[in-house]
Design a protein around this ligand. Structure first.
Ligand code: GDD
Length: 392
């Protein structure tokens, strides 16, 4: 049996996604018409013998209740949201729920970051992991040397694929091979996390100085139940024949900002051509508006036949797209209205926004106003043109 765990973080983690994450937790913001977390969940569906999917986070339970019940019945696999009372770090969060995760005695645990966009080659990882015979296998990818320091950089044995060295976001260049935030482990990972937490406790007890000194040393050490997968587990276990790597040659991106979500939307729409072609608008369908490239339109959205949409556009529920509208590379969220002849490009138009006639790019814009390279917070009415501004 196999279980999958998806780390969704919490409200203090998704801050770079503001203002979109004010209203909706980052993992539920739509990408290619589906919530961000839907893409890894859907990939898990293809794992043989998968018995449960857990989402672990520190958002309020109510925020995920509707989604998990809908997706459980759609996939016919139980999907449960497990809420931490406080952040425990990416490994500590797993350990915190070890009893629930181990209920079905799984032989393997997949662990996935929610904020990565890739093809999730999970079956390939599982097969490779069984061949390697270690405790864990990490999905890795080559990136440009300039961007590698944003991620965990690692060195792997070219013959055996063993993880030889791991450094999290190093200041000086180590390697252009990086950690994709997708892992498979045997349940031994839980013992490894427990060991780190025990060592922390022991070290704190040994050090236990008195008075003023005690106060300062405690401030410097992390709590024993806060364990980071990368620094606290991967780095010390590298080179010990316990961890291995599986390199993907497919696409991979991190989704840390709304701007990145436009790029990831394009990648997922392109992937739908192979995995879910029924979700893409069929260009030959003459009843609909003209579409260019990959376009997703929710069945409840209304698009005027004279509009021209695409490439890379996703239109969510109940959106109304007027006559002569042109949309290029954008995400239109639920209940948005885009009035006649407006032009929207490289934008995310937030829930319930309305864009006036003949206007270009915005959130809530009056007729004939132009908004370019701006972040506009909800409930704003723009009656003058703005450029490169944050409208608070
Ligand atoms: N539930 C829970 N609790 N989730 C957490 C916690 C926690 O305390 N801390 C982090 N997460 C989740 C985040 O929401 C995210 O999905 C994932 O764990 C990793 O987040 P971070 O620990 O903040 O790391 P990062 O995203 O900056 O970098 C990690 O991922 C990169 C790939 O995207 C590292 O592992 C890098 O090495 C890696 O390259």
């Amino acid at each position: 049996k196999v279980v999958a765990v998806i780390m969704v973080g919490g409200p203090t983690k998704g801050t770079s996604f503001r203002p979109l994450s004010f209203r909706t937790p980052k993992p539920l913001i739509p990408l290619a018409g589906q919530p961000m977390v839907h893409h890894p969940i859907f990939a898990c569906k293809r794992i043989p013998n998968l018995v449960q999917i857990f989402l672990i986070g520190f958002y309020d339970d109510r925020e995920f209740a509707l989604y998990v019940s809908a997706i459980s019945s759609e996939l016919n696999i139980p999907v449960r949201y497990l809420r931490e009372d406080k952040p425990h770090g990416s490994a500590g969060a797993l350990f915190n729920f070890r009893d629930v995760i181990m209920e079905e005695c799984p032989s393997h645990i997949f662990l996935l970051n929610c904020d990565v966009c890739c093809s999730f080659p999970l079956q390939g990882m599982l097969e490779a992991h069984k061949r390697y015979g270690g405790m864990g296998t990490i999905l890795v990818i080559k990136v440009s040397a300039e961007s590698a320091n944003l991620f965990g950089e690692l060195v792997a044995d070219p013959m055996t694929n063993e993880l030889l060295h791991y450094t999290e976001k190093p200041e000086t260049f180590v390697s252009d091979l990086i950690n994709c935030g997708v892992y498979i482990f045997t349940p031994d990972i839980l013992t490894a996390i427990h060991d780190v937490s025990t060592q922390r406790k022991d070290a704190a007890n040994l050090r236990r100085p008195s008075g003023f000194e005690a106060f300062h040393s405690a401030a410097k050490t992390l709590p024993s139940d806060f364990v980071r997968l990368d620094q606290d587990i991967l780095s010390p276990l590298a080179g010990k024949k316990q961890l291995y790597t599986y390199e993907t040659l497919d696409f991979w991106e991190q989704i840390k900002t709304p701007g990145m979500s436009l790029k990831c939307c394009a990648l997922y729409l392109a992937q739908f051509r192979f995995t879910s072609p029924h979700l893409l608008v069929n260009e030959d369908c003459t009843r609909n508006a003209t579409t260019v490239g990959d376009v997703y339109v929710h069945p409840s959205a209304k698009v005027h036949p004279t509009a021209k949409i695409g490439p890379n556009v996703s239109i969510s529920a109940n959106a109304r797209i007027g006559a002569g509208v042109r949309l290029i590379s954008c995400i239109i969220l639920d209940d948005v209205e885009i009035k006649e002849n407006a032009f929207v490009m490289h934008s995310i138009v937030g829930w319930k926004s309305s864009i006036g006639k003949w206007s270009r790019e915005a959130v809530i814009v009056e007729d004939e106003v132009m908004v370019r390279s701006c972040i506009v917070l909800p409930n704003k009415t723009l009656n003058v043109s703005v450029q490169e501004e944050i409208i608070l």
